[in-house]
Design a protein around this ligand. Structure first.
Ligand code: SAM
Length: 175
């Protein structure tokens, strides 16, 4: 997924949440456009180290070039925006498309380029809310909820679900 418009002075927490939702809901990469923010990279790496899994991480990329290259290599682009087509109308078409997908979320105003470059502009409802909620709902519908049961390779910590309390299994030898 590609996160546009990160403003380090005010978006640290929400951009970190975008990245964590991407990981926990089935995306395999997190790309930060325009800037690198060490605190965000450190948070994601810390979670990957403890809770396992792999994610392709990149930062400071030129968003437009990234999207052009992605499309040039045969990938498809999904842009989440409240102005797009309703999620329920397009999710089956997106799921049926066999090409790799780049999911884009913004922070503030998203440039026209991304609306035009997207194969699908997808609205998770037509009300303004949050990139975190939009990404979570989109991925959940795309994967039909199955992503919630992913087991992450090389996890040092795993939760044993329990009715009450916190049960965490910890392994010093990941694998
Ligand atoms: N006013 C901004 C705009 O015109 O794009 C939206 C800002 S919103 C806080 C940040 C991001 O959340 C958007 O760029 C979009 O990716 C996502 N978002 C917010 N509401 C959404 C919705 N209803 N459907 C899909 N994505 C949404």
């Amino acid at each position: 997924m590609l996160r546009l418009g990160h403003r380090p002075e005010r978006d640290k927490r929400i951009t970190t949440h975008v990245a964590l939702v991407a990981r926990a809901f089935g995306a395999n990469g997190f790309i930060l456009e325009g800037i690198c923010d060490d605190s965000i990279t450190a948070s994601i790496k810390g979670v990957l180290e403890r809770w396992g899994g792999e994610m392709h991480l990149e930062c400071g990329v030129n968003g437009k070039s990234y999207v052009r290259r992605w499309r040039g290599e045969g990938g498809r682009v999904v842009h989440l925006t409240m102005y797009g087509l309703p999620l329920d109308f397009v999710v089956e078409e997106i799921r049926a498309d066999p090409n790799p997908k780049l999911v884009i979320v913004g922070a503030e105003k998203v440039e026209r380029f991304y609306y035009e470059a997207a194969d699908w502009n997808v609205a998770v409802g037509n009300q303004p809310h949050s990139e975190v909620a939009a990404l979570a709902l989109f991925l959940d519908r795309l994967y039909r909820g199955r992503e919630l049961y992913t087991r992450y390779p090389r996890a040092r910590l795993e939760i044993r679900p329990s009715r009450r309390g916190k049960s965490v299994v910890s392994s010093s030898e990941p694998g």
